[in-house]
Design a protein. Sequence first.
Length: 401
Amino acid sequence: MIGLGSSIAKPGKIGKRIVRDGLVLKHDYNAGAVEPCSTGAADINADAAANEYIDVGTTTNIGTSDISFTAWVYITSFIDLGGIFGARQSSSTWPGFEVKTMTGGNRIEAVLDDGGSDASMVSSTLNTNQWYHVGVSIDRNGGAGGAQLYIDGVKDGDDNPDDEQTSIGSISMTTKIGQHYSGAEMQGYICNVGYWLGTALTQAQVKSIMLKDYASLSASEKTSLVSWWNLDSTMITNPFDGDKFGVLDSHYGGGSELGSEMWDGTNGDTTHWVKFGSNNEISSDDGAVKITYKDDASGYYVYLKNDSHLTADLVVGKFYRLTFSTKINNGSVTWSLKDEDADSWKPDALTSTSFITQQIDFVATATEDHYIYPAFMDGSEEVWIKDISLKLINGNTGTLS
């Protein structure tokens, strides 16, 4: 199952020396202060093929752009056509870009295909169960760089993409991490996946990027960056399917860039709360909605339906961030999020008698009927809620499929 590789963490900051433990460098390259690559990694079929991959849910329009790609990979088995990263059409003439493993000689191959001819960069023989940094840089716009494949910052395969100067249109499949367009998945771990359209990284930039996480990238290294997926401890569990992990795009939406406010309700507005339990009460108090429990735990109120309080419908498969302030007079309350199938996710119980902020990131499972409600209360308790906010998490987010 996809998850975080707890036994394969990268080293932390170690000062100005060559990295030798846990990372592989084939040359003495003084990169300056070394930054941690990641606090973990995504486990994709590391033990055996199990049809795991990450669908980041975007149709890619490559056009005539230069292309660059970087990632740390740890391959447990070199599967033929084992997809590491793919934005390539799954039907003839198979245009697009992809990085994959090959069984022949335990190699990694990067391919750019315009639907008529392709440029292919193939690495030398690699080892299983060893971390490698993979970098791809493809100059399609008359530059001298050509198409280069870098392993641990060293050129380890190249080609001339002159035949690939024609435009590649929108790819009719979503971009995927861990799966080839034929359906074959990689086996191993992957993290710090970066994808650029419009720039061909230099070797010096690839060397610099391989020793950084997203927060450490320079402004020039972020030029034309489409997405960066850490695939580490920032991954979230899909509230409505605990076996599926949510992937946030650090470049757009990893906590710093959210969409417009979708909630136009007013603090203390009780209009759209629904009462269960005949003796329970709902009122406006202290600039908030106040819920008084007088029945047993089966009595609660539900909220956050797609009604007049939402400025736009939820989109299935998209990530949203729900925040609100809440307090309780005594005991504890657990706020739950529920979808139309009655599945629910329950964050930690809260006991604060002063307003504190609660945050829930979730993947929409339907265009309507998502509720939040205070659960597990057992009589004579009062709960307040205000400052409700619902925003789309921007970027190319995705989930395990």
